[in-house]
Design a protein around this ligand. Structure first.
Ligand code: ADP
Ligand code: ZN
Ligand code: MG
Length: 505
């Protein structure tokens, strides 16, 4: 058996309106080569200027990853020739990146269901410009430079992971984090988040092996598959008494294997030297304060808090915390149902406050079943304009908890709130859906049912103690009849009591 070492280099596009060193628009999907200027194309004599927003977002991620931000951070030129880079160098960071020596705590379940508990050290975070995009079509390659100069933050880990599952989990957690921070949309298909995965294996106790880099993985699943494939492949190479070649490989998603791409260049090949056209950046108090202020409660901490504060199951909390907007929605609904926020829904107000855990339980269930289903069915991307506001959901939950609304009608109310964009109280009142808890009308309905269902009643009377199952079936049938006789509005418990009382007479 070998020991394996995995280090990731994750690139994220920062959500700055403009590129990192010029004023060009930074957007995905625009007309090719429409967002370019002499600066991002590197014409002679032009001067780059640092986009402060990019620096601020980069530092937010660095801080969230427990990195320290140096007193002086600057940029270097990384020189290489490639057609996607007209300048022949990339402005990047080398000697003093904006974030250094951090860590990310991984805690949860990997794709294979196994528990993951690992601290991954973050070597650095550095800010750089992205290159353009090459589109290869048959014998011709097309170039789109819209992406050239877009703010890119690279996050480099130490080789602390051991399995494809851990690396996949790292990417998922990091993606969640940067989306919470609002600094990256995390869209891997569009290339807003890309990963290069480095992996080596060695005999236990021998330290790092010869590393192979798998480049440009655009899904976290490919990161897992590529790494696990590569660990197996390297083991076969070593088992055969050969040496692993240090190289860059690509993941072929159609053949489920990695294939060689090139032998890797060394840092000295790039001839890094300080970018002469950009001053050293010294973050001052105000800048660092604005970074701190912009950092929200991070997803891993929020998940833990949801489990502790609301006694949610870890899986539930995980699903809700997947997106910040969902977690915010959940907490707003719980707050409204517990009465700590004004539960005003226009015409109605939630009457009685629920306990926090009862409210959380009800709202989590609604959210993870019906609401997720509706959002998906109606193709709704956000919760901002969702007709079922947190207050309206709270109102339905409270009515149900108070026994004023049956489960079935609560579900229908929820659908109608979405379809009609109206308050649940109004819908319930107008349709006369409030649950009947007054025993008199329920008793009346029960009397009628028993008078009509003679066969059932006489069969029940003849059953002896050995027929408990049949007795239950017939009893449930009669209660069901009472419920339908009241349009589904009778409190099922009271209906049961009334039927029982009548049968015993
Ligand atoms: P390079 O100079 O080739 O870019 P770095 O030292 O910058 O290499 O590391 C790049 C990434 O590769 C980091 O995530 C690091 O953790 C990882 N890495 C470095 N050496 C190894 C190794 N021997 N095995 C596995 N991963 C490694
Ligand atoms: Zn430009
Ligand atoms: Mg490197």
């Amino acid at each position: 058996m070998y020991q394996s070492f995995i280090g990731l280099e994750v690139h994220i596009h920062l959500l700055t309106a403009t590129k990192v060193f010029c004023g060009c628009r930074s957007a995905f999907g625009d007309e090719p080569n429409s967002n370019v200027c002499p600066v991002c194309m590197g014409y002679p004599g032009v001067l780059p200027t640092l986009n402060l927003e990019a620096m601020r977002m980069g530092c937010m991620v660095a801080k969230a990853l427990n990195c320290s931000i140096p007193e002086r951070t600057w940029f270097e030129r990384k020189q290489y020739f490639y057609p996607d880079m007209t300048k022949n160098y990339q402005i990047s960071q080398f000697a003093s990146p904006l974030g250094q020596n951090g860590s990310l705590e991984l805690e949860g379940r990997g794709a294979n269901g196994e528990r993951i508990n690992k601290k991954v050290r973050i070597k650095e975070c550095h800010l750089e410009e992205d290159a353009g995009k090459m589109i290869h079509t048959g014998t011709v390659s097309l170039l789109d430079y819209n992406r050239a100069g877009v703010s890119l933050l690279e996050i480099v880990t130490e080789p602390d992971m051991e399995t494809g599952e851990e690396a996949e989990f790292f990417i998922q957690q990091l993606r969640r984090m940067v989306r919470y921070l609002g600094v990256c949309d995390g869209n891997m298909e569009e290339g807003s988040l890309r990963a290069d995965a480095n992996v080596s294996i060695n005999l236990p106790g021998r330290g790092l092996g010869k590393k192979v880099e798998i480049k440009n993985l655009n899904s976290s699943r490919f990161v897992r598959l590529g790494l696990n494939y590569e660990i197996r492949r390297q083991a076969e190479v070593l088992d055969a008494g050969k040496a692993v070649v240090q190289e860059t490989r690509l993941w072929n998603e159609n053949r489920d294997e990695t294939v060689p791409m090139r032998q890797k260049e060394n840092a000295q090949d790039y001839r890094y030297f300080p970018e002469p056209d950009l001053p050293v950046f010294c973050p001052d108090k105000a800048f660092l304060g604005s970074v701190e202020d912009a950092i929200v409660e991070l997803p891993a901490a929020r998940l833990k808090r949801f489990v502790a504060e609301y006694t949610l199951a870890e899986e539930q909390a995980d699903l809700i915390c997947e997106e910040k907007a969902q977690a915010d929605y959940f907490e707003a609904a719980v707050k409204a149902a517990t009465g700590t926020a004004a539960a005003k829904t226009g015409t109605g107000t939630a009457k009685k406050a629920l306990s926090k855990t009862d409210a959380a339980d009800r709202i989590a269930k609604w959210f993870l079943t019906d609401i997720k289903h509706i959002l998906h069915r109606d193709g709704l991307s956000g919760l901002d304009a969702f007709a079922l506001s947190p207050a309206r959901l709270a109102s339905i939950s409270v009515m149900q908890a108070e026994g004023r609304l049956s489960g079935k009608l609560a579900k229908q109310t929820l659908e109608l709130v979405v379809a009609e964009n109206r308050d649940p109280e109004a819908i319930v009142r107008e349709r006369n859906w409030e649950q009947i808890t007054d025993p008199a009308p329920i008793a009346e309905a029960a009397r009628q049912v028993i008078a009509e269902e003679k066969a059932t009643v006489s069969e029940l009377a003849k059953l002896d103690g050995n027929n408990e199952k049949r007795r239950k079936t017939l009893f449930a049938y009669l209660v069901g009849k009472v419920l339908s006789a009241t349009g589904g509005r009778a409190d099922p418990k009271i209906a049961g009591e009334q039927v029982k009382a009548l049968l015993e007479n």
